[in-house]
Design a protein around this ligand. Structure first.
Ligand code: DX5
Ligand code: ZN
Length: 216
């Protein structure tokens, strides 16, 4: 069954503990970190991750949309992340590899993310070191955008690469996931669906999570 990772970007930050508890039936909790440089938006940093760590046992999937993430991965590991995702476009290949090494040495799971412009083959140099690949189905930076249909091809291509080189690596899809688009992403090969507005914008959060999980 597909895993669901609610993105707290669409939660009520003044009631974050309450919203996290409402999402407790999900598999991962997705934390979007934005620096105002790699993406135009600014969200949250290490202190918030530390506070989240203190109020939940959920698996914390931390998506770093920051420039030169090698500077910050150890701090996010210490703050309580379980998995850290760095963007392939955020630094030179050697420094992305170094960031992944640090994440692994901290005992965390390692992931890379692809902006919509980035080709699936870009994961090849790293695939043996990865626990997850994140395919963006919106331009990173904001919640509530529409799912980019052409990214289904990238999802399929990354799925093929994973099957060939690292079958235990998970494929996560992030952006515009709704009960309508979730089945498309799953059919294309997604193992994990990130959903912000479709979860925290819903009246009944557990029901919204179950609806996405029912995607076949
Ligand atoms: C966008 C973030 C997403 C975002 C998804 O840059 O990476 O995780 O929260 O939000 P929805 O599900 O509303 O598209
Ligand atoms: Zn995200």
């Amino acid at each position: 069954m597909v895993k669901i990772a609610p993105s707290i970007l669409s939660a009520d930050f003044a009631n974050l503990e309450r919203d996290i508890q409402r999402a407790a039936s999900a598999d991962y909790l997705h934390v979007d970190v934005m620096d105002g440089t790699f993406v135009p938006n600014i969200t949250i940093g290490m202190p918030v991750v530390r506070s989240i760590r203190n109020c939940t046992d959920m698996f914390l999937d931390v998506h770093l949309m920051v420039d030169k993430p090698v500077r910050y991965v150890e701090a996010f590991a210490k703050a309580g992340a379980d998995l850290i995702t760095v963007h392939l476009e955020a630094d030179q290949p050697a420094r992305i590899a170094e960031a992944l090494r640090i994440i692994g040495n901290c005992g965390l799971k390692r992931a890379v993310a692809l902006r919509p412009i980035t080709k699936a083959e870009a994961v090849l140099p790293y695939i043996g070191e990865l626990d997850m690949v994140l395919v963006m189905t919106v331009e990173p930076g904001f919640g509530g955008q529409a799912f980019m249909g052409p990214q289904l091809d990238t999802i399929r291509q990354v799925r093929t690469i994973i099957e060939q080189y690292s079958p235990s690596c998970e494929l996560e899809v992030d952006g515009g996931i709704t009960p309508d688009t979730a089945p498309l992403a799953v059919q294309a090969g997604a193992d994990v669906l990130v959903a912000g507005s479709a979860v925290f914008g819903a009246e009944d959060i557990p029901k919204a999570i179950a609806a996405l999980r029912g995607a076949m």
